[in-house]
Ligand binder design. Structure first.
Ligand SMILES: Nc1ncnc2c1ncn2[C@@H]1O[C@H](COP(=O)(O)OP(=O)(O)OP(=O)(O)O)[C@@H](O)[C@H]1O
Length: 262
């Protein structure tokens, strides 16, 4: 029988240590540390200008940190290029939509899967290899479209989708990468209450199925309802880290929002 020693619980998926980013004299992210455990749905909130997007961009490799380390499943990924980080397992959606309106919904989503399965020279030379690759891309794309309820729109131009559906398209595209960690940047922005409800359910279900998710979101009721844990930033610093109920009643958090976050 193996006796598990103290401190031998599951290892974090993501570890952020002393992460800092300066823009000239402005310290946008200031010595932030936290970890995200497997299958955890972690909310990252804070008032406008708190540093959420800057932190996100550092995690995704879009912005090099001034100081600090980022580890994904124990591996140091600090400062790696965005495509390398995506290959290693971090997929993201963007605050502003990145949808190609004239391409079909299927093609928009398959961009993620193409990134995952690569484009290989061998594919053009070895008979059957290119077809197998295309099949895998199609399978991953179809699975993601089904997951997000977009399969009936697969052949339509993405420009025909509603705003809410375009946001779902971005989540589908991220899922085709089969990520270890999904970064969602304000997915509920611009959605109506029904769409937000459906999105909340989806995000919660994905986490319950084992996906680790970091959610930046201004929709406070949504964050409070779906997240396992919440990290709060204010002026670049982490001011709270805990369960939604504790964070909601934290005096420092209330003060940061100049009143009641609700
Ligand atoms: N490229 C940049 N150059 C200079 N300053 C920047 C840059 N990006 C962000 N900042 C500044 O860094 C601070 C943090 O901005 P950031 O966008 O990360 O905040 P945020 O929490 O995501 O805000 P919001 O909720 O409004 O999106 C702000 O003061 C912002 O003006």
């Amino acid at each position: 029988m193996t006796v598990r020693g103290e401190g031998t619980g599951p290892a974090p998926v993501l570890e952020v240590e002393g992460l800092t980013r300066d823009f000239d004299a402005l310290r946008a992210v200031d010595d932030v540390s936290f970890a995200v455990m497997p299958s955890e749905l972690l909310g990252l909130i804070g008032p406008n200008g708190a540093g959420k997007t800057t932190l996100f961009n550092m995690l995704a490799g879009a912005l090099p940190p001034t100081a600090g380390r980022i580890r994904l499943q124990g591996r140091d990924i600090t400062g790696l290029a965005p495509n390398r980080i995506a290959t290693l397992g971090i997929a993201r959606t963007y605050q502003n939509l990145r949808v190609f309106p004239d391409m079909t919904v299927f093609d928009n989503v398959s961009v993620g899967a193409i990134g995952r399965f690569g484009v290989s020279l061998w594919g053009t030379l070895v008979p059957g290899l290119e077809r197998r690759r295309s099949d895998r891309i199609a399978d991953a794309t179809i699975a993601a479209l089904e997951r997000l309820g977009l399969i009936d729109h697969a052949d339509a131009p993405a420009g025909n989708l509603s705003y809410g559906q375009k946001k779902l398209l971005e989540v589908a595209r991220a899922l085709t990468l089969a990520p270890t960690l999904l970064l969602l940047d304000e997915p509920a922005a611009g959605l109506n209450p029904n769409e937000t409800e459906a999105l909340s359910l989806l995000v919660r279900t994905l986490a319950d199925e084992g996906l680790t998710i970091l959610l930046v979101e201004h929709d406070m009721p949504m964050v409070m309802r779906v997240c396992d844990r919440i990290v709060v930033l204010d002026s670049g610093r982490k001011i709270a880290d805990g369960a939604p109920r504790a964070v909601r009643s934290d005096p420092a958090v209330r003060a940061a929002y100049l009143g009641d976050p609700e």
